[in-house]
Design a protein around this ligand. Structure first.
Ligand SMILES: *[C@@H]1O[C@H](CO)[C@@H](O)[C@H](O)[C@H]1NC(C)=O
Ligand SMILES: *[C@@H]1O[C@H](CO)[C@@H](O)[C@H](O)[C@H]1NC(C)=O
Ligand SMILES: *[C@@H]1O[C@H](CO)[C@@H](O)[C@H](O)[C@H]1NC(C)=O
Ligand SMILES: *[C@@H]1O[C@H](CO)[C@@H](O)[C@H](O)[C@H]1NC(C)=O
Ligand SMILES: *[C@@H]1O[C@H](CO)[C@@H](O)[C@H](O)[C@H]1NC(C)=O
Length: 335
């Protein structure tokens, strides 16, 4: 329990890091797509502020998915940065019902992502997503949502495909994914053996240099965790009374909450802010949003596993960025 807090390297003590956001993802299942891009007018940034004060009073992470007739905010045609394995429509997913739900928190509304407002709030700032392919999944959702108003320029300092840096010159905003699947130092357990054994030596009390060496360059850090697959053959969400976190998932969730609170306390002492994007309840209800069998082309010569970890784009993962923007808005109103 103490080790996670001690992850914070002393270099983090300089105040460049304004907010650290932890994303909790737990159980996951699946669903399909058929996006129709609706060229609705995008509200300007200020239109949204009034909603913040109201929503601030409710817990946006408790609620239910309700039907949403609106078309998804982007498609694989309007957004060019969707990862091949999460481009479920391209990969043959036949159903699109999973695209027509929105998250309705108990007692308030969660506004749809407003790219203008996001860019206005983040203007002159930088944000890093830290983690593995689930962190990348959320970052690509964010890039697709932003692509409605502006495009990014690849400014990656290295050719490493996993760690990419993007610039939004119109708003002097920098976005990056720092690849660090375990967050702690890791190496393949048996370097001369087959590398796909999935066995790694993990140094639980040593943060991975791949992110600690970069992190003070960023104002905001989003940290996405992953979990293993499962069966995700569904095409509509669960109602909240139909499933709940239990067993190992509940244990993990409780542990993460406990560690988050401890880390938050420690961070506050150092002048850093931690905010939690608690997506567990919402995503527990969305097994229909995973690529499942539509994570690979049919003719790929590999055994087809069902991907119940990642999320189709567009899809319910876009809601994580609604949560993210809402959290940033609440902070900006407080400032
Ligand atoms: C987008 O999805 C459609 C299926 O809905 C597919 O035919 C097309 O190739 C995809 N386009 C891109 C650019 O991914
Ligand atoms: C862009 O933002 C950085 C801070 O991240 C700042 O140092 C720089 O002056 C800004 N550039 C412009 C052109 O505003
Ligand atoms: C850190 O980056 C190096 C160089 O890109 C890579 O070889 C190494 O596997 C990375 N470490 C982790 C834990 O991902
Ligand atoms: C869950 O709630 C809905 C609406 O309140 C109800 O129609 C349904 O029967 C409930 N399902 C279960 C399994 O209790
Ligand atoms: C596909 O898998 C089969 C059976 O393992 C193998 O014989 C064949 O060479 C593979 N084809 C390609 C293109 O990799």
């Amino acid at each position: 329990m103490k080790t996670q807090v001690s992850w914070l390297p002393t270099s983090l003590e300089n105040k460049t890091l304004k907010v650290v956001v932890f994303v909790l993802t737990l159980t996951l299942i699946l669903f399909p797509i058929i996006p129709l891009f609706l060229n609705s007018s995008i509200p300007s940034a200020l239109d949204d502020r009034a909603s913040v004060r109201m929503a601030n009073k409710c817990d946006i992470f408790r609620g239910e998915w309700v039907p949403n007739p609106r078309a998804p905010p982007y498609t694989n045609k309007t957004c060019r940065t969707i990862h091949e394995n999460q481009n479920c429509m391209k990969l043959g997913r036949p159903d699109t019902g999973f695209l027509h739900w929105r998250w309705k928190p108990d007692g308030c509304e969660l506004p749809f992502f407003n790219p203008n407002l996001f860019l206005e709030l983040l203007s002159g700032n930088s944000m890093a997503f830290l983690g593995d392919s689930v962190a990348r999944n959320q970052m690509q959702s964010l890039m697709c949502l932003l692509s409605r108003v502006t495009d990014a320029v690849d400014v990656s300092p290295t050719p490493n495909e996993d760690s990419r840096w993007w610039s939004y010159p119109s708003h002097n905003f920098t976005l990056a994914i720092l690849w660090s699947p375990f967050l702690v130092k890791a190496n393949v357990a048996d370097p001369v053996g087959p590398t796909l054994t999935g066995l790694f030596n993990l140094y639980l009390d040593e943060p991975d240099d791949n992110w600690t060496s970069q992190i003070t360059k960023f104002d905001y850090v989003i940290n996405g965790e992953w979990n293993k697959g499962g069966d995700c053959v569904r095409n509509i969400p669960f109602r909240r009374n139909e499933t709940r976190l239990d067993g190992l998932n509940l244990d993990l969730y409780m542990t993460q909450m406990e560690e988050f609170r401890a880390a938050e306390k420690e961070a506050n002492k150092r002048g850093l802010k931690f905010k939690l994007l608690d997506i567990s309840e919402a995503m527990q209800l969305r097994p229909d949003g995973h690529p499942s069998h539509y994570a690979h082309l049919i003719d790929v010569n590999i055994s087809k596993y069902s991907d119940c970890v990642h999320w189709c784009l567009p899809g319910p993962v876009d809601t994580w960025n609604d949560f993210l923007l809402h959290t940033l808005k609440v902070e900006s109103v407080r400032l």
